[in-house]
Design a binder for this molecule. Sequence first.
Ligand SMILES: CC(C)(COP(=O)(O)OP(=O)(O)OC[C@H]1O[C@@H](n2cnc3c(N)ncnc32)[C@H](O)[C@@H]1OP(=O)(O)O)[C@@H](O)C(=O)NCCC(=O)NCCS
Length: 323
Amino acid sequence: MEILELDPTDADARRRWHEVREGSVRADRPHALTTTLGAFEATATAASTYVARTWLQAVDGSEVVGVAELELPLTENLDVAWCEVGVLPGRRRRGVGRALWDAVVERSRAAGRTRVGGEVSVDVDVAGAGHAFATAMGAVERHREDHLLARLPVPATPIAPDYEVVTWRGRCPDEHRGAYLAMRNQMNADVPTGELDLETTVLDDERLAASERGLMKAYDVRVAAARRRSDGTFGGYSLLFVPHGEDYGWQDDTLVMPEHRGHRLGAALKSANYAGLPDHVGVVHTWTAPDNTAMHRTNTALGFRVVEHMYEMEASIASDGPG
Ligand SMILES: CC(C)(COP(=O)(O)OP(=O)(O)OC[C@H]1O[C@@H](n2cnc3c(N)ncnc32)[C@H](O)[C@@H]1OP(=O)(O)O)[C@@H](O)C(=O)NCCC(=O)NCCS
């Protein structure tokens, strides 16, 4: 068995890499949100100014039995690497995961990184290996979120009378970009990350535009924002992605700006987004920190239920550290 880098220009190899990731993740996570082939293709075939990515594969003969993705942020958090490791169920407990991890650590150190972070999700009913594996690799838990699912339709939550809902799909229209950027940056500064010590990503118009272009290749991107009628001020937004060709959506940010809190705008914006979805979209995924009481209440009222626990884990790879 050897660990090789994926040649991202090889379409066949990309498809095989993606299939092994899918097979590894699905094995013990029936409710997992996995990256679609379309989303993987969009990322793997376009260079990014903000993240350097490497895809590794454990190859036994001509068979790919495990995969890892390594992401190196290039503009902030230059001490951090992000990784995901997956091994096919029939090939586990033979050191494949560890070999992929070692390759990730070697590359991360070579790029000057001193810690590797990753998300580990565990089904609430099915035992999974991810947490034990990450712990064995020297990682510790830094933050936890619940992964929740709702079946559509959900009960409608009308917007508070002082506000109106403004929606768009894909690129944010020019007239709203300033307000949208301010809210996105407020979200990045406010989002609870537990004990994860990270620099905040700051979006400018160019970085937002790059993100929109990338996402639109793989997703129907839907935004619902709340605008106060009296002065036209934006008070919050909710961002939802529907992968092209799929029957589910996933909820990204939902933010209500501090001075606009207390009007149930979060629930109204989520519900406005869901109401606008085509009929074939029947499920929505979301993530919330269990101690984020306001958002947990909003989600429960909309019919979301917890299906997985997601742990943000981090290992020190400084030369004198473990790993
Ligand atoms: C987690 C995963 C990658 C492990 O792959 P693997 O090839 O079985 O890992 P290894 O054989 O190298 O295991 C290394 C160590 O991890 C720990 N470990 C792995 N699986 C474990 C399990 N099911 N229970 C307890 N410990 C486990 C052990 O300490 C193991 O060492 P040992 O076999 O000498 O006891 C694989 O189970 C998987 O793909 N799971 C789904 C995806 C996932 O959760 N990935 C982790 C998030 S990045």
